[in-house]
Design a binder for this molecule. Structure first.
Ligand SMILES: [Zn+2]
Length: 305
């Protein structure tokens, strides 16, 4: 009898121990989930601010737009893999989605870094001109888009892309460049205007005066914008007086590499921008440039003062 009671007591103790062990495991699991959730919330930050990063990628363009509801738009990817590194450092570790990738034109200083973005991120849509150009990087970029079956839109003036509270309007080109060979790729640049409440930002790629004239002649769009990403790295072949008179920018961003061999930006363009009292930021002097906006005001931050 005593033996039986002992057996019952031992088995009860054992079951209790197993139960406690399970409870401990579940609590630990819950604690880990809670910690991850808190971290994710902290990383996401508060909603409500538009962020535009003009990364210092050397001589080239590399832009990330993060909308107030945390959608990601990439415009160009710079001449090497500096862009993917900056992207990884900027986006939360769990966010591997690019909602829209825009290639303004397929010169390597805009395209090259985008190849790696296609490999490492889930890109939902592509916007580009469709223009013909034969370089290894462009072929690889096009091949990856096909392989991953990413939806592609050929850019045409008048198209609109809506990301909740942020709208992107395509301003240029006016013609379909699909499989068209051109002499000057710069003048096929996809130009878009971002609109977020009272704030407008104009991204011009490498568009030169000839393309600017075409936009002005069409007089379809209200070009006035608080910010301009200055065309063609501040070269004197872009930013005509007539064009700037329509844009009237308060901020001018020049994506340009330190000591570049082209002598960008040109002094003539800098003088013109200063005449419009635009506050000028340059990647070669200011490092990475971040503009933040609540839809009314713009705040700027740079990694170099
Ligand atoms: Zn360029």
């Amino acid at each position: 009898m005593r033996f039986l009671i002992c057996l019952v007591l031992v088995s009860f103790d054992l079951r209790f121990l197993i139960f406690m062990k399970k409870l401990l495991k579940i609590s630990l699991g819950l604690l880990i989930v809670l910690a991850i959730l808190l971290f994710v919330t902290y990383q996401s930050g508060t909603e409500g601010d538009l962020k535009i990063y003009f990364f210092d990628v050397g001589q080239g363009d590399g832009i990330l737009i993060r909308t107030p509801s945390h959608q990601n738009i990439v415009i160009d990817g710079g001449p090497d893999n500096a862009f993917i590194t900056k992207l990884g450092q900027t986006l939360p570790f769990y966010d591997k989605t690019i909602d829209l990738m825009i290639l303004t034109h397929p010169h390597d200083d805009h395209l090259f870094g985008l190849v790696e973005v296609l490999k490492r991120y889930q890109v939902k849509q592509i916007l580009y001109s469709g223009v013909l150009h034969s370089t290894d990087a462009y072929e690889e970029w096009l091949g990856l888009i096909k392989e991953k079956e990413i939806p592609v839109k050929i850019a045409l003036a008048g198209q609109e892309f809506v990301f909740a509270e942020v709208k992107l309007k395509v301003i240029f080109p006016f013609e379909d460049f699909t499989n068209v060979k051109v002499d000057n790729l710069n003048n096929t640049s996809v130009v878009v205007q971002l609109i977020y409440n009272d704030i407008k930002v104009l991204f011009t790629g490498d568009l030169e005066e000839e393309g600017e004239e075409e936009i002005l002649r069409s007089s379809i769009f209200d070009l006035q914008s608080n910010v301009i990403k200055v065309g063609h790295h501040g070269s004197n072949t872009s930013s005509s007086e007539n064009f700037l008179q329509q844009v009237l920018p308060e901020y001018a961003i020049i994506q340009v590499g330190e000591g570049n061999k082209f002598g960008h930006p040109s002094l003539r363009t800098l003088f013109k921008l200063e005449r419009y009292s635009a506050k000028i930021f340059r990647n070669d002097l200011n490092g990475d440039i971040l503009l933040e906006s609540d839809g009314q005001e713009i705040l700027s931050r740079t990694t170099k003062p």
